[in-house]
Design a protein around this ligand. Structure first.
Ligand code: DX5
Ligand code: ZN
Length: 218
């Protein structure tokens, strides 16, 4: 069954700890944390101190999506703060392979995220070194954007390649995932869905139904 990783970017930032508990109780599989630096993407969000503060509020894997450049100087801080999975963009540093090695040395799972215009080819020579591919189905920077359906072809191509090569790589999709696009992503081969707006819509009383809807088990 597909896993759901709610993005806390759409949570109430004035009570993040409670929000993480509520979304965890509602059935979230992973907690997706969007880190933005105002340079790699045009927005600012969360740093390692917030990740550390949230860590006691959930035992679920912290799926930390780093949209920062340069990324290398911050890997250790996020690892120490409690990230389980650290995902980077190929454009965020000069040596993607070295960045992946470093994440692994820190004892964390490594992911690579592809922007909408970044081809799947960017995974050549690193796919066998990573645990996850994060396909961006919006341009990173903000929640609440429209799903770019052309990315479904990229998900399909990566899923085929992962199957053909017999790799244990998760395929996660991020941006504009709602009840409709969730289905399309799963059909294309996604194994993990990130959802901000669709997961947190309506407040805590709705989180359970939102997650079940995204999973297709409502
Ligand atoms: C975008 C972030 C996403 C975003 C998803 O840069 O990486 O995780 O929060 O939000 P929705 O689901 O609202 O598109
Ligand atoms: Zn994200």
């Amino acid at each position: 069954m597909v896993r759901i990783a709610p993005s806390i970017l759409s949570a109430d930032f004035a009570k993040l700890g409670e929000e993480v508990r509520a979304i965890d109780d509602a059935g979230a599989d992973w907690i997706h944390i969007d880190v933005m630096d105002g340079h790699f993407v045009p927005n600012l969000t969360i740093g390692p101190a917030v990740v550390r503060a949230l860590r006691p509020h959930s035992a679920k894997p912290f799926d930390v999506h780093l949209m920062i450049s340069p990324v290398d100087p911050f890997l250790e801080a996020f690892a120490e703060a409690g990230a389980d999975l650290i995902t980077v963009h190929p454009e965020a540093g000069p040596h993607l392979h070295r960045t992946i090695q470093r994440i692994r040395q820190l004892g964390k799972k490594a992911g690579v995220s592809l922007n909408p215009a970044t081809p799947a080819k960017a995974l050549d020579y690193v796919l066998e070194e990573i645990d996850l591919v994060l396909v961006m189905s919006v341009n990173p920077g903000f929640g609440g954007q429209k799903f770019i359906s052309g990315q479904l072809r990229k998900i399909e191509a990566i899923a085929k390649r992962v199957a053909k090569e017999g790799l244990a790589v998760e395929i996660e999709v991020d941006g504009g995932v709602d009840m409709t696009t969730a289905r399309q992503c799963v059909d294309a081969g996604a194994t993990v869905l990130v959802a901000g707006t669709a997961a947190f819509r309506g407040g805590p009383d709705h989180y359970g139904a939102n997650i079940a809807g995204l999973r297709g088990t409502e």
